[in-house]
Design a protein around this ligand. Sequence first.
Ligand code: FE
Ligand code: FE
Ligand code: ZN
Length: 275
Amino acid sequence: MIHIGCHLSSSKGFLHMGKTAVSIGADTFQFFTRNPRGSRAKELDMADVEAYRAYAAEHGIGVIVAHAPYTLNACSADEHVREFAQQTMQDDLRRLDCLPGNLYNFHPGSHVGQGVEKGIELITAQLNELLRPEQQTTVLLETMAGKGSEVGGRFEELAAILERVELKEKMGVCLDTCHVYDAGYDIREDLDGVLDEFDRVIGLSRLRAVHVNDTKNPFGSHKDRHEKIGEGFLGAEALHRVVHHPRLAGLPFCLETPNELPGYAAEIALLRKEA
Ligand code: FE
Ligand code: FE
Ligand code: ZN
């Protein structure tokens, strides 16, 4: 059973996302916890959450992925920017406790000239303050393309963060196919080799979700621009291999391709199809 879905707008609540997912053949989905630029979140509508829970159980929607605003920077040189990231993530995690057992993905951040080591130290400090033993959500570090001063373009950087987090069982990794290929991991020509490397450096058991995207840029470009499945440098075949790889079985796969719903429905069908 392959769990696949796409990024959906959360503006109409959880039940609406669940119904939208089912309408396009998805059994998982991703959503922003708030406006991606990080503004205030609406208070949760508990009637909507309850209705979603019943609907998800009935329609076999499994683990879903909440995505933090991508403008948060937990390793900024500016203390106020770091504090804002901390408060936002804390508030998101509190809200997500009403849907236990799901995932919260965030971009580790950009060290903006302080150096990777300092970046890793700041991110780890934030996580150690943020994570609580009683929380119901697993927090994921996303693999990044290594654009500018982004932390997380190398598996070693994510491993260093995971190693220094105290509540390790609350943490995992989300692998983004566009990002890793842009970062210089050749999942098109050597998927098994990259998974071996991930396993050696981070541990495949830490991998909890996958973002399935083609890329507008060639291998190792450090650009991070997503493309529709089959229209970029990775190609549909390579991405189909990712989704069907036995070592990735059971993970939620989420598309973040530039599509409206019909385009997502077509990509989900394409990727689900047995080879
Ligand atoms: Fe992301
Ligand atoms: Fe992503
Ligand atoms: Zn991206």
